[in-house]
Design a protein around this ligand. Structure first.
Ligand code: SF4
Length: 349
């Protein structure tokens, strides 16, 4: 890799890259060997528990690179062996956020060639933009280029990311470094989820259960559930909002626009800020302080003091959030309950 970091350091920083797995295997860190190393198992348990409790891991790898990398992989297998999808998603979310923080914060990883080589390990075809638009100022503003199909695979489902809003040259989408890192965050999260669903997870689970302290954590993880969410307010919710609420309650990582839409809707339906914040508690990346500020902002209680309206059905549809393809007969989701009530009244008459 064209990064100013050794293979040891890179494995420690990004333990779920393919080359980190190959490196550790070549150094003798098989699952069986790892489970015989008391210090390594203890560190893996610490990483797994820390992820569930929202504890941050350090940005830099200071020492014991190989043990730290092997412990991180073992922690993932412990979480995966629990079979608890919420725990797995939460772990993947934490690790992908740490990935981005390291990609942004570690000095030896800042060259476009280095970021492109990390992308290649994640299956993302990318290269420095100057190789695509030689001598153009575009390469200064957009230092990285991603092949368009890979861009579409990993770009967030947000209006700003639509390909029509991005410079595209000969099939390469030119993007800023921070956007590129966000794109790779998604690819890294999918890598973690893919490792967690390996075919031999049954064998791994059997090996892990041989260590009593690991078996104990596995039992805890199997019982692990998101914080309960309050019951819905009475009245019919439109299919779009119901789908978003269900996804949040299942602990799925919903897109930013979906969170914005549900917050505006529930506030208009009379939910308080605390109740809306509580709904988001089961999100894998929940942060009370940030969520509260954002909900208060949408409610017009902080910042510009502008209360946001519920997005129209047209807008919801353009964001890919209308499951009925504008089929409810209303212009805005907030009108849905009134129309459902009117239809029921008509049917009774
Ligand atoms: S038509 Fe409107 S209310 Fe119905 S699901 Fe679509 S966005 Fe929601």
């Amino acid at each position: 890799m064209s990064c100013y970091a050794t293979s040891q350091e890179l494995s420690c920083l990004f333990p779920y890259l393919e080359r980190a797995g190959e490196y550790l295997y070549a150094r003798g860190f098989t699952l069986e060997a790892a489970l015989e190393n008391d210090g390594l198992v203890e560190r893996a348990l610490e990483i797994a528990r820390g992820a569930m409790k929202g504890r941050k891991r350090p940005l830099f790898c200071a020492k014991d690179f190989e043990e730290e990398a092997a412990a991180a992989r073992l922690a993932l297998y412990i979480i995966a062996a629990s079979g608890n999808q919420y725990a797995i998603r939460r772990f993947a979310d934490r690790e992908s956020k740490l990935f981005t923080a390291r990609l942004r914060g570690v000095p030896g990883l800042q060259a476009p060639e280095c970021k492109a080589s990390i992308a290649a390990d994640l299956g993302v075809r990318a290269r420095p933009s100057r190789e695509v638009v030689k001598g153009s100022i575009l390469a200064v503003y957009f230092p990285l280029a991603v092949w368009w199909t890979h861009y579409l695979r990993y770009a967030p489902q947000e209006p700003d990311w639509a390909m029509i809003n991005r410079p595209v040259v000969k099939g390469w989408v030119l993007i800023r470094v921070d956007d590129f890192e966000r794109l790779l965050e998604e690819a890294y999260e999918r890598r973690v989820l893919a490792l967690a669903s390996r075919e031999d997870i049954g064998y791994i689970s059997g090996q892990l259960a041989k260590r009593p302290e690991v078996a104990e954590l596995l039992a805890e993880l199997r019982a692990y559930r998101p914080v309960a969410v309050k019951a819905s307010v009475p009245g019919a919710h439109p299919p779009c909002m119901q789908a978003i609420m269900d996804a949040i309650k299942r602990g799925e990582n919903t897109p930013h626009v979906a969170r914005f839409a549900i917050a505006t809707y529930l506030l208009k339906r009379g939910w308080g800020v605390d109740e809306v914040v509580d709904l988001f508690r089961s999100s894998p990346d929940f942060n009370e302080k940030i969520t509260r500020y954002q909900v208060q902002h949408i409610a017009g209680q902080v910042g510009g003091r502008k209360e946001y309206s519920v997005p129209s059905c047209e807008t919801m549809n353009s964001w890919g959030l209308c499951p009925t393809n504008l089929g409810c007969g209303v212009k805005n989701p907030i009108q849905y309950g009134r129309r459902a009530g009117a239809v029921a009244k008509e049917n009774r008459a």
